[in-house]
Design a protein around this ligand. Structure first.
Ligand code: TMP
Length: 199
């Protein structure tokens, strides 16, 4: 168990929680690599600009493939070598974001979106997915900056939240659901408990 994903709707607090969890694990002496998606490599960050900043309308399939492309680069360049040396990888979003946002939110279907990702990632797949759950409306209002996808509004985010719940139900061994509407210290300590239990 070395590859942990933080997932959730926009505004769930993933970035803050993941950063605090990483700091705690580093204090415990673990070799921790923290990454974010889309991004984490020069190519991935360039693809992120296109994905989140494009003004033109983008086909849902193009969007799904670009996320998968950025992720494939990150897996090969950063995650696989980190896992091979025994490091612990914490990721702010993973393939499960694509399943929830493009598969569910955009209506492409989870199974269809899984395909190109499996092709790109091979065995580089999260062992544990921590799903930070907040009410999608509260999440959107918590966001301090919106991007091309989060600015689409509540209906998309509700669909995303529902798809995440379905994914968690389908893979109970991999997913842990955490109520992220509570105090941040409590959320972080629960995440650490979940990780310790999985180790
Ligand atoms: P962020 O706000 O967590 O940095 O994520 C950027 C946006 O990209 C957010 O609205 C979620 C979205 N996204 C997808 O739609 N599919 C994906 O596969 C990933 C990684 C992110």
């Amino acid at each position: 168990m070395q590859y942990v994903a933080f997932e959730g709707v926009d505004g769930a607090g993933k970035t803050t929680v993941a950063t605090l969890v990483a700091a705690a694990l580093i204090r415990d002496g673990l070799d921790v690599v923290m990454v974010r998606e889309p991004g984490g490599t020069a190519i991935g960050e360039a693809v992120r600009e296109i994905l989140l900043g494009a003004r033109e309308s983008m086909m849902a399939r193009t969007e799904a493939l670009l996320f998968a492309a950025a992720r494939t680069q990150l897996a090969a360049e950063v995650i696989e070598p980190a896992l091979a040396r025994g490091a612990f990888v914490l990721s702010d979003r993973t393939v499960y974001s694509s399943l929830a946002y493009q598969g569910g939110g955009r209506g492409l279907g989870v199974a269809s979106v899984r395909e190109p990702n499996m092709w790109g990632l091979g065995s580089v797949w999260p062992d544990l997915v921590i799903l930070l759950e907040v009410d999608p409306e509260a999440g959107l209002s918590r966001e301090d900056s919106s991007d091309r996808i989060s600015s689409e509004g509540l209906a998309l985010m509700q669909e995303v939240a529902e798809t995440y719940r379905g994914l968690a139900d389908a893979e109970p061994g991999r997913f842990r659901r955490i109520d992220a509407a509570r105090d941040i210290e409590l959320v972080v300590s629960e995440c650490l408990d979940v990780i310790e239990a999985a180790l």
